[in-house]
Write a protein that binds this ligand. Sequence first.
Ligand code: NAD
Length: 302
Amino acid sequence: MAQIIDGKGISAEIRLKLHQEVIDFVSSGNPVPHLTAVIVGEDPASQTYVKNKILACKEVGISSETKLLPASTTQEELLQLIGQLNRDDCVSGVLVQLPVPDHINERTICNAVAPEKDVDGFNEINMGRLALDMDGFVPATPLGIKALLEHCNIATHGRNAVVVGRSKNVSLPLAILMHSDGKNATKALDATVTICHRYTPPKELAKHCRQADIIVVAVGKPGLITKDMIKPGACVIDVGINRIKDEKTGKHKLVGDVDFEEVRQVAGHISPVPGGVGPMTVTMLMHNTLQAAKKQAASRRV
Ligand SMILES: NC(=O)c1ccc[n+]([C@@H]2O[C@H](COP(=O)([O-])OP(=O)(O)OC[C@H]3O[C@@H](n4cnc5c(N)ncnc54)[C@H](O)[C@@H]3O)[C@@H](O)[C@H]2O)c1
């Protein structure tokens, strides 16, 4: 039976450390780190995600605010607000909750957030820096997955890893972080990485997964990864979040992309949904916000 990776517990430990770091930072005469979250429109999932981020801010001592904008907000108006937040010295980190409404170009918005306040790591400068193994902001979900692997002492150096999914916000930065050189600034994981995506034929997906010592799945399809696709003892990280109806209770519940009950019988480690990657994502956003505040304080001192 696989060891369950307790993302909730690991995340709570990291938040305690972050809280102490914030206290130390502020007691050395620095301003309280501050995160501003922007939501455009009334998507209930976005509101829940941002609410969780704001609660985490409170937990670690970061001040925060949410700017709720109507769905009719124009791209120009949103760019103006981002410009104001970029110039505001009281704001350490800015995040625009995705998705934005269709009439707004997501890439234009991500690129408008100042790289030094881009705690989501979605700006092209930070993505480029990650690709070049340079210091910058790494998106929170990949950073959280790296922290989970490290916390559980999962060997990655020279091991085979499969990343299922190729999204620009999760899977691509994760694949970069998993294969890059651990000696450089991003302290990456030195694995041999294969990326599978929607055009990988199912037989090929299964073949690649069976070779993998580490499988990370970020697709959004319940039951995509089954027991027969797992090398015995492999580490399986499930990023997927799917809301499905429980046939037994008739109630809705959250599941990942992995057939958890079956896969846990052969895997060495497995992250559950909920309680695996999700809490780590929010925690690493807190980490990035504190880092942003520290870097800004240092650059003001120069
Ligand atoms: N736990 C967290 O913190 C967290 C954070 C972000 C996203 N998510 C969840 O992760 C999942 C993926 O989100 P995303 O934004 O990375 O991706 P996305 O929704 O942008 O894209 C899905 C990816 O899956 C790939 N894909 C689709 N069908 C496939 C198949 N049959 N085989 C292999 N690959 C296939 C596509 O090529 C695409 O790259 C979603 O369920 C999302 O809710 C969780």
